[in-house]
Design a protein around this ligand. Structure first.
Ligand code: GTP
Ligand code: MN
Ligand code: MN
Ligand code: MN
Ligand code: MN
Ligand code: MN
Length: 209
């Protein structure tokens, strides 16, 4: 049973909750294409000259100039989990037999009625070693330089001017609802508190607190 995830109050925004449906309900939708993306992250605590960080979180620069998570559309006749793992192999050189994304990594399902698209979202913690291996294998992947223009780490800190870092990053263009998915993943994995998330959203809008 996969209900709609609990959305923290700092993310009770129409842009975040719009289209969220229970997984079972999405199976009743006819003539919808299905897609799945995953937030892969690894714990990594430390301090750089820019600020404190807690994790490496993977996103990618896509061929269309927007940021998004690895993953993609499921082919006709293909199982969703199969499709997601195949996309990860194509886009980041993921070895699905060694580290499959499974239902235990499931987080949410969102329907985009206007595009007849159902998008599933997964959140998966890996070891830092695995994460670094994936960053390297991305360069050798089939779709690197075609669909995927680069694997990137999300800057998770906020710099002294209260804007550079994560707030500035959030002002990029994102594919689909991946910006909202990023914030949900940071909350779900407890990398940011609710307070830190609302803070970052305000700062991204360049509002003084
Ligand atoms: P092709 O192999 O070229 O078909 O691409 P793909 O199968 O890798 O599909 P893609 O990853 O582009 O995802 C399909 C659609 O989902 C895109 O048109 C975007 O609108 C949307 N999308 C892409 N990335 C994300 C993401 O991280 N989150 C969400 N919610 N939507 C995304
Ligand atoms: Mn330099
Ligand atoms: Mn793809
Ligand atoms: Mn893709
Ligand atoms: Mn594809
Ligand atoms: Mn493709």
């Amino acid at each position: 049973d996969f209900p709609i995830p609990e959305i923290p109050s700092c993310l009770q925004l129409r842009t975040v909750t719009k289209g969220l449906i229970p997984l079972a309900e999405s199976k009743k939708l006819d003539n919808y294409r299905m897609g799945a993306h995953v937030c892969l992250w690894a714990r990594q605590e430390g301090r750089s000259m820019f600020g404190e960080y807690r994790a490496a979180v993977m996103m990618q620069l896509r061929f269309d100039g927007t940021f998004g998570f690895p993953g993609g559309l499921v082919d006709k006749g293909e199982d969703m989990m199969e499709g997601l793992n195949r996309e990860l192999m194509e886009e980041i050189g993921w070895d699905p037999s060694a580290h499959p994304v499974t239902w235990s990594d499931y987080y949410s399902t969102q329907v985009a009625g206007d595009r007849k698209l159902v998008l599933h979202f997964f959140i998966k913690e890996v070891t830092l070693e695995q994460f670094i291996a994936l960053e390297k294998s991305c360069l050798q992947s089939r779709d690197y330089g075609k669909e995927v223009m680069g694997s990137i780490r999300v800057p998770l800190y906020t710099m002294d001017n209260m804007y550079n870092g994560l707030p500035a990053f959030l002002n990029n263009k994102f594919a689909g609802t991946s910006k909202q998915q990023l914030l949900l993943a940071l909350h779900h994995s407890k990398l940011l508190t609710e307070h830190e998330i609302s803070d970052v959203i305000l700062k991204s809008q360049n509002l003084k607190l």
